[in-house]
Write a protein of this length. Structure first.
Length: 266
């Protein structure tokens, strides 16, 4: 399987609408003459296109007579280029494509923490007070985090306006400890240390990124709201230290989980 992840730190890429599927479980119709292209060659052709994207994580895998393509792209232009590459394959190559559009900075956040999300499947879970994952103006956002391992919790709200809101740790909620099997709810406003998150403009796609590490990734006195570019660069550096074992106190790695939702005016 080929996988390409490209992130352009700090650059605001053109957002192309809300998070959506480029293609979903369909066998694409090809119009070119049959050139006896093998699935392995098709993987190389599609991977060459995906390798040129600037903020994306596209997986291309050979499956018998065809390809399975997954992951995400950051712009509508990249989505169109990928679709063109897939529909341009010769007949006989079945394509199952499930690729999401994640505008910047969501695509960069996935590039930073996405590998940890896959590795930690089943050990960190996010639950929302709106199962539809659609939040309307003036509604309240509540997120419940539960984990199978104890550690220090980092939770960020990231939107396509280019801002990151630190839900924990932050000055109001300095205690970032998470115990295994004991859920923590953020946004309920049930204590003096709990913010209430009310949906306001700008509307569109957003994500929650949660991480559990053995030692705190950041101090609680960071600015509660930060620009996404510099923060994601800091997050990448902090996670690199965790994964490399450079910080003995953080030995044991990190677990991440991301979830996407949409905010609308009505």
């Amino acid at each position: 399987m080929a996988r390409f992840v490209r992130c352009l730190g700090g650059a605001r890429l053109a957002a192309a609408g809300i998070a959506a599927f480029l293609l979903s479980g369909q066998t694409l119709a090809q119009s070119q003459p049959d050139t006896a292209t093998t699935p392995a060659e098709a993987v190389r052709l599609v991977s060459a296109t995906a390798g040129g994207f600037t903020c994306a994580g596209v997986t291309v895998a050979e499956t018998g007579k065809g390809l399975r393509v997954g992951g995400y792209v950051g712009t509508g232009e990249d989505a169109a280029a990928l679709k063109a590459a897939l529909t341009g394959l010769p007949p006989g190559i079945d394509v199952d494509a499930r690729v999401a559009l994640r505008p910047w900075p969501l695509c960069e956040a996935l590039g930073v923490a996405g590998p940890l999300d896959r590795q930690g499947a089943g050990t960190l879970d996010l639950a929302f007070n709106r199962p539809s994952m659609v939040y309307r103006k003036d509604e309240k956002l509540e997120v419940t985090v539960s984990a199978g391992t104890s550690g220090h919790l980092t939770v960020d709200y990231i939107d396509t306006d280019g801002s990151v809101i630190h839900m924990v740790p932050m000055r109001l909620r300095r205690d970032d400890r998470l115990e295994a099997g004991r859920p923590v709810t953020l946004g309920g406003g049930k204590s003096a240390a709990d913010r209430v998150y009310t949906i306001t403009p700008p509307y569109g796609p957003a994500m929650i990124l949660a991480l559990v590490t053995r030692a705190p990734l950041f101090p609680a006195d960071r600015e509660e709201v930060e620009p996404a570019g510099p923060y994601l660069a800091s997050l990448r550096a902090a996670l690199a230290k965790v994964e490399s074992g450079a910080n003995p106190e953080a030995d044991g790695g990190a677990v991440a989980r991301s979830a996407f939702f949409t905010t609308v005016a009505e």
